[in-house]
Structures are given as C-alpha cells and as structure tokens.
Design a protein around this ligand. Structure first.
Ligand code: ARG
Length: 274
C-alpha cells in the first residue's frame, strides 16, 4: 500500500509538472517564453525617437514603438524594447538574439538571408536633404552626384546604398545615427544627406533650416518588421497583429500622434544641446 501511495504521489508530481510546462508553453518560440524581445534605433522620428516630457525626461516614442506595443499585447507577450544603433538592430536580428527588429526597416532583399520580413505596415519614400544656405548646391536627382559635396547616410541603411548610387562622386560620410546627419547638416559639416522622406519632414519642424531637395527613387517600397529568421509562428502572429492594428484604426492614430509628438522637443545624441 505504501509503495502504491509513493507511486501515486510520483505520478501526481509528473502530471503537475506537465501542467506547469503547459502554462509556460512557448507558443511563438520567442527567445524567452512569454516575452517579446525587440531591438530598435530611436534616432528616427516619427518612426522611433526620444520625446522629452515636460519634466525633461526622455521616453521612447513613435509609431513603430506603438505598433510593437500593440503586437506584444495582441500576442499576450511581455515586451522588452532594447534601443541601439540601426546597424546593431540588423546584427542582433542576424545573430538571432532578438525576436523582432522594429526600426523603419526596408525589406531589402539583401537582408532576407538574415531575417524574415513581416507584411509592409507603412509606405514611406526616400529623400535627399540639405540646409537652406546650401540649397543652390543641389537641384534635382542628377545634381546629387556633386564631387564638391559631402553627403551623409546612416551606417547599414539602404540610404547608404542610395548615396553610393546617386552621389558616387561625392564625399560619402557614414554616420552611426540618423540624427547625426541632421546635426552635421545644421552645424555645416555636411552638405547633404539621405533619409526617409517622412523623417526629413519630422526633423524639419525642429530644424526649419533643413531643406528637402528631392525624392529619391528606391525600388523596395515601404517598411516591415524584421522577424528572427525561421520563426514562422512569430511571423504569422506579427502579421495578424499588424493587420488588426491597421484594420481597427489604431495604426493611423499612432502615425498622427507620432507626427504631433515629433513636432515637440525631440532629441537623440548630438541633438540634446538644442
Ligand atoms: N529604411 C532604412 C533601412 O531599412 C533606414 C532605417 C533606419 N532606421 C532607424 N531607426 N534609424 O535601411
């Protein structure tokens, strides 16, 4: 009888352990069960940036940030957002050390080896910018190939490819943060730079001396969420969440809010002296 009881007890323990396992089941195969680990590069208003509150504290803001909160909520996962430089976002995704990268990522086919892409959630174009004082240096797309100009683009971005394509004769300067491009343009160190069109518009509000020269053609339209390569369950969940977020009107609200917030005091890196 005693033996039987011990056996029963052991069985009960095994069963309760199995039940426990069920509770922590990792439905979306995230790096950590129950948690969504996301890399972002908050130098890119209105996508992601630091917004300064009335008390001077900086908080992560932008429509990418709101989108990823929606996704985490939809998938019932706790959210951890890790800020880093954009090339770091690509690297962490390639290493598989984060679940998602949400950083205004263009679904560049050259990246497809290292990450999967969600459906497109935002359609943004590309732009070339300068400052008003130097507006006469550039007029149209052909004029961007100016051998006397120094032209900036952010490290690891498709804008760097655009710089090489359209400003091959210029002195191309690689910068770590997109806001470095803005800061160096404003301080006169750079003559021009490549950024997403809506980013140019957002920084123009705080830096009215910025001037958009022209749109720059780029064949891969729009922005996608970068998903850890091969995680099909998560990719499916993310796409469902994005579709829901667009359908219920949340996403367009996030865009409007981010544009509004970006017209306040925003900073990152060198811009905090403003
Ligand atoms: N869309 C461009 C790319 O994927 C630039 C993205 C830069 N994002 C950022 N948060 N700085 O290469």
């Amino acid at each position: 009888m005693k033996k039987f009881l011990t056996l029963l007890l052991a069985l009960a323990m095994v069963l309760s352990l199995a039940a426990c396992g069920g509770a922590t089941e990792n439905k979306y195969n995230t790096i950590e069960a129950g948690k969504l680990t996301v890399a972002t590069s908050p130098d890119y208003a209105p996508y992601e940036f630091y917004a300064i509150g009335a008390d001077g504290t900086a908080t992560l803001a932008g429509f990418d940030i709101e989108l990823v909160k929606y996704i985490a909520n939809y998938l019932k996962l706790e959210l951890e957002i890790i800020p880093m430089d954009f090339d770091g976002v690509l690297l962490e995704l390639a290493n598989g050390s984060v679940d998602l990268g949400v950083a205004g990522i263009s679904p560049d086919p050259a990246r497809a080896e290292n990450m999967d892409f969600s459906d497109i959630y935002y359609e943004g174009g590309q732009a070339f910018i300068t400052v008003k004082d130097k507006a006469n240096m550039f007029s149209d797309l052909a004029s961007l190939n100016n051998p006397n100009a120094s032209v900036g683009a952010q490290n690891g971005t498709i804008q760097m490819d655009l710089a090489q394509q359209y400003s091959a004769k210029a002195d191309i300067v690689t910068l770590t943060k997109a806001t470095d491009i803005i800061a160096e343009l404003v301080s006169g160190k750079l003559d021009g730079g490549y950024v997403e069109y809506d980013v140019a518009v957002a920084y123009q509000v705080n830096y009215p001396e910025l001037h958009i020269v022209c749109e720059v053609p780029y064949e891969v339209e729009g922005n996608a969420v970068g998903v850890k390569k091969g995680n099909e369950a998560l990719l499916k969940g993310v796409n469902e969440a994005i579709a829901a977020c667009i359908k219920d009107g949340s996403f367009s609200k996030y865009v409007a809010d981010a544009l509004e917030q970006a017209s306040g005091n925003i900073h990152e890196g060198l811009l905090d002296n403003k």
